[in-house]
Design a protein around this ligand. Structure first.
Ligand code: NDP
Length: 286
């Protein structure tokens, strides 16, 4: 039977560390500030944004929330980003994705100043992640690394398998495990004999968006299983990409959904905003 990695509790610990650092910065006259921009009426996105704003308040950040109508034009959105880029009270800018279809996501992300890009989606930050010289790490994969660290699991020398190759989770996750000296294999929808590959993993990270897809017979005895997925099952209940019941019996560690990776994603956003504030202080010293 597996030990459950308690993402809520680890997130609280990390947020406690962030809060303590915010107090130190405040003594030096700096309060980390995050601007969250949402365009349109996507209800899931609105919930995410509300949670981000709430989390900011909990750790003592300053935050601004921009809710723009669905028909906002590109120029108007880019002008807002430009204004926030130049605002010294704002250290991090987050544009909630997905954007309405008439807006070019790449162009919008490229407009965010790389040192305020707390989602780490800007091409400059993505490149830095490849080189291992980053200011910010993408929130979800960084959250997974924190869960491993706080659980005493070192990827060095381990066979790590990442299922999913999206730009926001799978690819950067593989890179972070590689930087941590894991031996990494990335699987996706065109992978042959997936079950054979997942069963060879010491550490398995799953981010595919398919409810309960990875079952106990697809994992190795004693594997560490990290479930990034956030789906609704046939009864509308929140569930991951991993079939928890069957994998729990075989794994050594497993993350639940909810309460695993989810709480870490926002926590790492807070951490990036704190790093951005520190970065701006260093530059002011120059
Ligand atoms: P994407 O849809 O962007 O990517 C899914 C990936 O899974 C693709 O690379 C796809 O392969 C692969 N895939 C799909 N089906 C299969 C299959 N049958 N076998 C193997 N690989 C498959 O999703 P995201 O990366 O954005 O998100 C993945 C999941 O994680 C979702 O449930 C999402 O809600 C959740 N999520 C959770 C977060 C959190 O904070 N907990 C944050 C972000 C995401 P291919 O490239 O070949 O199409």
């Amino acid at each position: 039977m597996a030990k459950i990695i308690d993402g809520k509790s680890i997130a609280q610990q990390v947020r406690g560390e962030i809060r303590a650092e915010v107090q130190k910065l405040e003594a030096e006259g700096v309060r980390p500030g995050l601007a969250v921009v949402i365009v349109g009426e996507d209800s899931a996105s609105k919930v995410y944004v509300r949670n981000k704003i709430k989390a900011c308040a909990e750790v003592g950040f300053y935050s601004e929330n921009y809710e723009l109508p669905e028909d906002t034009g590109e120029e108007e959105l880019l002008a807002l980003i430009e204004k926030l880029n130049g605002d010294p009270a704002i250290h991090g800018i987050l544009v909630q994705l997905p954007l309405p279809r008439h807006l070019d996501e790449h162009k919008v992300i490229a407009a965010i100043h790389p040192q305020k890009d707390v989602d780490a989606f800007h091409v400059q930050n993505v490149g830095k992640i490849m080189l291992g010289q980053y200011d910010f790490l993408p929130c979800t994969p960084a959250g997974v690394m924190k869960l491993l660290e706080y659980s005493g699991i070192d990827p060095a020398g381990k066979d790590c398998v990442v299922v999913g190759r999206s730009n926001i989770v799978g690819k950067p996750q593989a890179m972070l495990l590689l930087h941590a000296n894991g031996t990494v294999q990335i699987c996706h929808s065109r992978t042959r004999d997936l079950a054979q590959k997942t069963a060879a993993a010491d550490i398995l990270v799953v981010a595919i968006g398919k409810p309960k897809f990875i079952t106990g017979d697809m994992i190795r005895e004693g594997a560490v299983v990290i479930d990034v997925g956030m789906n609704r099952d046939e009864n509308g209940k929140l569930c991951g990409d991993v079939d928890f019941a069957s994998c729990f019996e075989k794994a050594s560690y497993i993350t639940p959904v909810p309460g695993g990776v989810g709480p870490m994603t926002i926590t790492m956003l807070l951490k990036n905003t704190l790093s951005a504030a520190k970065l701006s202080m260093k530059q002011d010293e120059k």
